[in-house]
Design a binder for this molecule. Structure first.
Ligand SMILES: *Cc1c(COP(=O)(O)O)cnc(C)c1O
Length: 360
């Protein structure tokens, strides 16, 4: 990104908070090893920066071969898991060469693997579908699949995996999926990995050999209605900007596109350099929380591509240049997500490339 622009919008990434959150994951994990999930550009925080701050993790999990190759190029020798395995057979030689660990979730992936000529053995994760019905092998096929893999020259270590649909929902939980997993894998003596952040926080019986926290590392709660701070986590990303204009709006006048906010009285309105093209959710309506010059305030009207409007009624000293916090320290991203009818995962991973990102 050009360093010429002084547009005030910045995502500040608190790398010490990442390390703190990893420490909390470590305490929860007991003897299990930690696979730090850093897919989606480290949940929007920057892959390289996040990997550096989390290098004390026991391994990394990413989505694409490109992400994994970037980590290897930066010198990381950790185990690196590809959470959806390969998308095309042409990726296989590079996966082997870089000693990545793909997830196998379809039987035809094994057909391909067992025909491949590779320079070295690949460590695999066999993902079982225990009830989420997204990715995974049918548990009843596991024994036959392990038979096929036994002695295959392409195959190194095997880890058994599953993923929970409702670990974050108190009414449903993990019990049924966990029971299916245990029934399918009993007596196999292979390492297992089950837990995402929600399971790690709420279901100690899912720890297994490797846990896979993602969102909690970024200081965010996976549970509806709670914030990371309430769980002892520290927010990692603070999205900050400033007022670039102040308007005095007369009673009855509209603010922004569609004039969907109409001033109930004469009032001062601030214009913030942050819009939906930066990743701020356009669905966040009037009343979404925001901090202006250190005081709690709210957004007004529709979010524009490059700007949004805020209420300065309770911030009389605010002026052009006054700092604005969109989320992060002092304003949990979970609260903004709730106001926008979404989850914090979506807001963090939607931060646009044009937003300056700085480690602090
Ligand atoms: C993304 C992902 C995780 C991490 O989930 P969080 O809810 O962010 O902790 C764990 N396992 C798999 C398979 C994933 O895709």
């Amino acid at each position: 990104m050009s360093m010429l622009s002084r547009r005030p919008l910045t995502a500040r990434i608190d790398t010490a908070a990442l390390a703190h959150n990893l420490g909390l994951a470590r305490r929860l994990a007991g003897n299990a090893r930690i696979l730090a999930v850093i897919k989606a550009n480290g949940y929007g925080h920057g892959l390289a920066r996040v990997a550096d701050a989390l290098r004390a993790a026991d391994g990394f999990a990413v989505l694409t071969l490109d992400e994994a190759a970037a980590l290897r190029a930066q010198g990381y020798t950790h185990p690196i898991v590809l959470l959806e395995g390969w998308f095309h057979v042409d990726e296989l030689p590079e996966i082997a060469r870089l000693r990545l660990r793909p997830v196998i979730h379809r039987e035809d992936q094994l057909d391909v693997l067992l025909k491949a000529r590779l320079d070295n053995r690949i460590d695999l994760l066999l993902k079982l579908d225990t009830g989420m019905h997204r990715l995974g092998l049918p548990p009843q096929r596991l024994a036959a699949l392990l038979d096929r893999l036994r002695g295959a020259p392409q195959v190194g270590g095997i880890t058994l995996m599953t993923h929970f649909a409702c670990a974050d929902e108190p009414q449903v939980g993990v019990a049924e999926q966990l029971a299916r997993f245990h029934a399918a894998t009993r007596g196999l003596h292979l390492p297992v990995t089950l837990a995402n952040s929600a399971a790690l926080l709420r279901h100690p019986d899912t720890r297994g050999d490797w846990v896979r926290p993602g969102i909690l590392l970024y200081g965010v709660s996976p549970f509806a209605g709670t914030t990371g701070g309430e769980l002892g986590l520290l927010p990692v990303m603070t999205l900050e900007s400033a007022l670039i204009a102040v308007q005095t709006v007369r009673k009855g006048e509209g603010v922004g596109y569609g004039a969907v906010f109409v001033a109930p009285r004469d009032m001062r309105v601030g214009v913030v350099a942050c819009g939906y093209a930066d990743g701020y959710p356009r669905h966040a309506g009037t009343g979404t929380p925001v901090i202006v010059a250190g005081r709690p305030s709210r957004t007004l009207g529709r979010v524009s591509m490059d700007m949004l409007a805020v209420d300065l009624t309770d911030v009389p000293g605010a002026h052009v240049g006054s700092p604005v916090t969109l989320w992060g320290q002092g304003l949990p991203v979970e609260r903004v997500a709730e106001a926008a009818g979404t989850i914090a995962y979506e807001l963090l991973t939607a931060i646009a490339p044009r937003v300056r990102c700085e480690a602090v």
